[in-house]
Every structure is written in C-alpha cells, then in structure tokens.
Design a protein around this ligand. Structure first.
Ligand code: ADE
Length: 272
C-alpha cells in the first residue's frame, strides 16, 4: 500500500468515525432520558383550570396535543414523565380524559387532583384527603336491591386506590403547612356540587367518605377497567353545606395549591 492509499484509507476511517460519533450522539441523549427516574408515564387529571395551572406552569412541556375538546400536555415535572390534562368538571369529562390518557398516551398510572367538599366531621378547610377508595354516591339501583353506589354486574362497589401511590402521596404531604391536616380515606363522587347538610349527612352515613367531589370515582373506574394504579388527591375547598358555593370561592385557590404541592412531591419521590 503506497502512502497516498494509506492516507486515503486513514481519511476514510476518520470520516466513518466522525459519522458514527454523530450517530451515537442522540443515542447517548436517549440513554440520559432513559436514565431519568422513570420510563413510566403518569397521567394527571385536574377538572378546573385552577387545579392544573400550577402543575402546568412548573412542568417542562415537550408536546401539546389537542384531542377533541381537551388539551394534553406531555413533558417532565420533577424528573418524572407526565401527561397533564384539564378534563372539565364531572364524571363524563373525567372519564373521557382518563381513558384518552390510557388509550392514546399509554400512561402507566392515573392521578386525579383537585378540590372537594369536606364531609367528615374532622375535616377543616384546606385539609387533604388521599383516597383509599372511591365510590359513585349517585349510582343508585337500590330499587333493584343493589347497595347505594353499586354498579350492577361489577364485582366492586369501591374502586381501590394503589397502595404505593397512597404511600407516596402521604410522604408528599410532609412539607405542607402545619395547619393542614391529612387524612387517608374514602372519596365519594357524583355529578352534583353538594351544597346541602342533609345530602352531606346522607353521603357520610352511607359511604363513610371524607370528601365529596365530581370526578374521582370516574378516574378510579377507568383505572379499574384498565388494570392500572390510581390515586385521588383532594383538598377541602368547602364543607358541602348550604354555603358551600361562596365558601369555595374564597378557598379554591388555597386548596388547589395544596393538592398541586402533593402531586409534585409524589412525582419527586417516585422510584421506578
Ligand atoms: N368540589 C368542591 N366542593 C364540592 C362540593 N361541595 N360538591 C361536589 N364537588 C365539590
């Protein structure tokens, strides 16, 4: 091999090496991404703007997708891959958002966050409830002999939340202000803003629930039907009594802030 051929071959090898280095660059980025805390994705659903605002402002949004009338934000928050959506209020909205997160975004877990009406006597405004279970308080086939909340032909009346997510949520409440009390318990859901002491008493007596809200059991049922872990995190914005609407106006932001705080802590503590 003469000097010219050798030089040509060496140059050729250098070009190949450079190309390979170029090709491997994105791969090393991919590895970094894969090394992030989790390769799993958490779907987060908040019904109202105020309930997702804080999370959206803190997350690193990589992609925004409009599907139907809802907008899904994909990205990272506290080192965890998430898809965040504002579902709108009520069970049908929450169901559409939750099932879309599962079917279109392939999420591995569902978290529903927001505010609620406190119905347990120990619960004060701003206090937090982490769901152990959710139930539809307005599901009623009692006329046919079913228990309140029981959906005929379903083998569960209470949708059990995931123990690991519950534990992570409880850990995540540690940095809340001292005046915020935290409870683990049942959450009752219905397509109704409850503003009646009579109704509150009935829901509490019937389901032994801590709070009432309008989406949690829908998310729980979607999780159940898809065999996915879920948890609902709620902060009391009112007492679900006669003055609930005006009380909520004053406390909704504070309560939403508490829920968002816990979500962020869960994501931070997630070991995957
Ligand atoms: N969300 C917040 N407060 C509520 C209430 N009183 N009833 C139903 N959902 C609520």
């Amino acid at each position: 091999m003469n000097v010219r051929t050798l030089t040509k071959n060496l140059l050729g090898l250098m070009v190949i090496a450079l190309i390979m280095a170029g090709c491997s660059q994105p791969q090393s980025n991919e590895t970094t991404a894969a090394e992030k805390k989790d390769e799993k994705t958490v779907g987060i659903i908040g019904p109202m703007e105020v309930e997702i605002d804080l999370l959206r402002s803190k997350m690193d949004i990589e992609e925004t997708t409009d599907l139907g009338k809802l907008t899904y934000y994909e990205g990272e928050l506290n080192g965890q891959q998430i898809v965040l959506v504002q579902s709108g209020i009520g069970k049908v909205n929450a169901t559409v958002a939750a099932q879309t997160l599962v079917s279109e975004f392939d999420v591995d877990a569902l978290i529903n966050s927001g505010v609620a009406g406190g119905i347990h006597p120990d619960l004060g405004l701003g206090d937090m409830v982490i769901s152990t279970e959710t139930v539809h308080h307005d599901m009623d086939e009692t006329a046919k002999g079913f228990k309140p909340g029981q959906i005929p032909d379903m083998d569960t009346r209470f949708f059990e939340a995931d123990q690991k997510l519950i534990n992570q949520a409880m850990k995540g409440t540690k940095e809340l202000p001292d005046y915020v009390d935290v409870f683990k318990g049942r959450i009752a859901t219905g397509d109704q803003f409850v503003a009646s002491e009579e109704k509150t008493k009935w829901i509490y007596d019937t389901f032994n629930a801590y709070v009432v809200e309008m989406e949690g059991a829908a998310v729980g049922q979607v999780a159940y039907l898809n065999d996915l872990p879920y948890v609902v995190i709620r902060s009391a914005s009112d007492d679900a009594g006669e003055e609930a609407a005006s009380i909520q106006e004053n406390f909704v932001e504070e309560a939403a802030k508490n829920s968002s705080h816990v979500i962020q802590q869960i994501l931070k503590n997630m070991e995957n």
